[in-house]
Design a protein around this ligand. Structure first.
Ligand code: ADP
Ligand code: MG
Length: 728
């Protein structure tokens, strides 16, 4: 019965060691498969180059004639690189990327063939989009969706396919993807932050949001992963007794990377470098078989594309190395889950990081301005930000005794806190010359020194300031970063717009100097955004109580977390920032709820299969062995057998109890699912799954894991944690 488990173990053990090759200088290879600026210079006419650059910097339109030229140039380059197909590469609301390959090859009417790719194929495509989630935007009678070229993210060749990053919109123009709203949010933050940055430097004409993600993941031997239906169908282990050794020895984090993993990483990095993904850091994470990869940060839209591409490349390279990559946020009980920290900042086209203090008091005031406005934005919209990282799989981390909590708070450290405390004491209105000097020299002026040795880091904070950027830590390993990045940039954009309005009013109406006006507004913000600041232990029960007093949200599950999307405040925000319409937000909420329901539904079905077809039969088989043993003993020894069959009898009973309970739970779970599936309202249905069905999962798991402990190892059908988790 358990042969598949043992075959898988034998197969995994027979793997040949893969040699780690040196592959030459990465800087020479960097971006060789990307149609980047360097290639544009080579392949585009001056006119086309100017036009594409204009589109990248200011979003100007590329006219049709130029698009034809660009397409011709990209085609020439792609074919010279061995590409045979092209695809519009987009991000439907499934969370993953989508592609439909078309050959360059085309037939002419005279029967001869040629390679064709014109401006129209570059700029717009109409994939048959009716099978992508749309949250009701696309009626079946108007199922058309369009993909449209995003010139700000360069085309690249992956395998033999030219990939053109695109947005995906409906016939009526609504976003059906994660990229279109992100681009709008990035436009909003550019606009708002540029306006504010000009207070400090007139030469700033563009501000880019920057993103540096850190991707955590597990590597599991392919044969072993395939031997578990739960891993294959849900991405996580639904049952499994925790191994005797997990992460308690702290011996994995930053430990020596196992050979097989290193060989995979080396191939992976090589591929990433060719695709222009600037991978930099690799290390073992806390849990066994868990690793992290981080690149150099980039402009946020490009960084999002690169993360999505990376996840795909990882799958493919892992397959070559006989691994399966797990991106699920909680694949194993009892050891850490995986996240994807989003490091975020704002950079001007004059080369300044707006969240980094500088050498002059004015530069530091600029830093404080963006720093405090970000705090204020998160304070105003903490619940919305929380909603951007909600998913069935991430619920296992957020709010479930696992980093970070579902409560949003900001860590800034004691020293920056004391700077804000001092600023709060600044008097209202005009400042005396003494006050100004004091502020500039002793408060603002001290910031760079403070940050130099600002080493106190707080790993329990979901949103931490780490010297020159904020780090959002709740993002799940599987999540498309576009989601949190759209919300974060929108709320900060809104905040900066409000800030500028207030400062300008003080300058115009109250006759304050610019720096006085800025100090005045910032002081108010410090006062009114205190509840979001928290430097203590974010995992503690005390914080949960304190956060409740502060009226911070604590939405522990996805259906609750998504409620905020329907509030007037949210709709007004997105509308005023021109990021999403009411229809688009409504659709997104619907898609997220559906996805939540379906993920739980699949898990429920897999639980059902595990219980009825794997666990119960294994328990009965072992119970029968014991029963045979006891009856045999009785046959030989008669009444005297009791002296040495007590243990067996106790085990038969113990298994019988678990068996009965697990069967009852699986039956009840199935009934509850049948009932929940009749519900038409997706919010109510999601809540039924969350509160009425998911609790059975935990119950079933408890009994399954107890049975695993009792049953003969040879009879247990599922590959065990200790077999899955310790690759060499
Ligand atoms: P840690 O694990 O301690 O958080 P890492 O060095 O692993 O630190 O990650 C830091 C991340 O922050 C990297 O992905 C890096 O690219 C990113 N980062 C650094 N500076 C910025 C910035 N200005 N904007 C966005 N991301 C940044
Ligand atoms: Mg980090």
């Amino acid at each position: 019965m358990s042969s598949s488990r043992f075959l898988a173990i034998a197969e995994s053990r027979s793997r040949n060691r893969i040699a780690i090759e040196e592959k030459g200088r990465r800087s020479d290879l960097f971006g060789c498969n990307v149609f980047n600026e360097h290639k544009m210079l080579q392949f585009l006419t001056k006119e086309a180059l100017e036009s594409v650059k204009g589109a990248i910097v200011s979003g100007s339109k590329i006219d049709r004639r130029i698009a034809d030229q660009v397409a011709e140039a990209i085609k020439g380059w792609a074919i010279s690189m061995g590409a045979t197909h092209y695809t519009h590469w987009f991000q439907p609301l499934t969370g993953a990327t989508a592609e439909k390959h078309d050959a360059f090859f085309d037939l002419l009417s005279d029967g001869t063939a040629l390679e064709k790719f014109g401006g129209s194929q570059l700029v717009q495509q109409e994939p048959d989009a009716s099978s992508f989630p749309s949250g009701g935007i696309r009626n079946t009678f108007e199922a058309r969706g369009y993909t449209a070229w995003d010139p700000t993210s360069p085309a690249f060749i992956y395998g033999t396919t030219l990939c053109i990053p695109t947005i995906f919109v409906s016939y009526t123009g609504e976003a059906l993807d994660n990229k279109a709203p992100l681009l709008r949010a990035l436009g909003a933050i550019d606009d708002a932050a540029t306006g504010v940055a000009k207070y400090f430097d007139k030469n700033v004409s563009k501000v880019n949001a920057t993103l540096g993600w850190e991707q955590e993941y597990f590597l599991i031997d392919k044969a072993l992963a395939h031997s578990r239906i739960d891993l294959m169908l849900t991405g996580r282990t639904l049952v499994g007794n925790v191994a005797a050794k997990g992460q308690q020895l702290d011996d994995h984090y930053f430990g020596v990377i196992p050979n097989r993993a290193l060989s995979f990483m080396s191939d992976l990095e090589q591929e990433c470098i060719k695709l222009g993904i600037p991978v930099k850091t690799r290390h073992n994470e806390v849990a066994p078989n868990q690793f992290e990869l981080a690149p150099v940060f980039e402009e946020a839209n490009l960084a999002v594309d690169h993360n999505l591409l990376l996840m795909d490349v990882m799958d493919k390279i892992a397959d070559r190395h006989n691994f399966k990559v797990l991106f699920h946020e909680k694949p194993f009980l009892g050891i850490n889950g995986s996240g994807k920290h989003n490091n975020w900042s704002l950079a001007t086209d004059t080369g300044v990081n707006l969240l980094s203090p500088g050498s002059t008091p004015m530069k530091n005031l600029q830093f404080l301005t963006f720093f405090i406005n970000t705090i204020k934005a998160v304070d105003n919209y903490e619940e919305l930000l929380r909603s951007s990282i909600a998913s069935a799989s991430n619920d296992h981390r957020l709010g479930a005794n696992e980093a970070p909590p579902a409560i949003f708070s900001i860590f800034i450290g004691t020293q920056l806190s004391s700077v804000l405390d001092e600023l709060e004491g600044v008097s209202k209105g005009k400042l005396s010359p003494e006050e100004k000097t004091e502020l500039k020299l002793n408060v603002v002026g001290k910031i760079p020194e403070i940050l130099l040795d600002n080493t106190d880091r707080n790993r329990t904070s979901p949103f931490a300031f780490t010297g020159n950027k904020f780090e959002m830590r709740g993002v799940g390993a599987k999540t498309n970063c576009a989601k949190p990045m759209t919300i974060l940039n929108t709320i900060v954009a809104k905040q900066l717009k409000d800030f500028k309005k207030e400062v300008d009013a003080l300058i115009d109406k109250k006759n304050l100097k610019k720096d006085e006006a800025i100090f005045n507004v910032l002081r108010e913000y410090i006062k009114t955004s205190k509840k979001i600041r928290f430097d203590g232990d974010g995992y503690s029960k005390e914080w949960e109580n304190e956060a409740k007093k502060r009226k911070l949200s604590n939405n522990k599950n996805t259906p609750e977390a998504l409620d905020i999307l329907s509030t007037k405040e949210t709709l007004d925000l997105f509308k005023s920032m021109k990021v999403m319409s009411e229809v688009e937000i409504g659709a997104r909420k619907e898609v997220e709820l559906d996805s939540y329901i379906m993920h739980l539904q699949i898990e429920g079905r897999v639980y059902s299969e595990l219980v009825y077809n794997h666990i119960i039969p294994a328990a009965i088989a072992y119970q029968n062995t014991l029963i045979k043993n006891v009856t045999g003993l009785k046959e030989i020894y008669g009444a005297a057998h009791k002296g040495f069959s007590e243990g067996q009898l106790a085990m038969i009973e113990e298994m019988g109890e678990h068996l009965t309970k697990i069967k009852k739970m699986a039956d009840a779970m199935n009934d509850a699912m049948l009932k929940a599936n009749l519900e038409k309202n997706s919010h109510k249905k999601a809540l039924s799954y969350c509160n009425g069905i998911k609790p059975y999962f935990d119950g079933i798991r408890e009994h399954a894991d107890e049975l695993e402990k009792l049953i003969d190892d040879n009879l247990w059908p599922m590959t065990k944690y200790r077999e899955l988790l310790f690759i060499k």
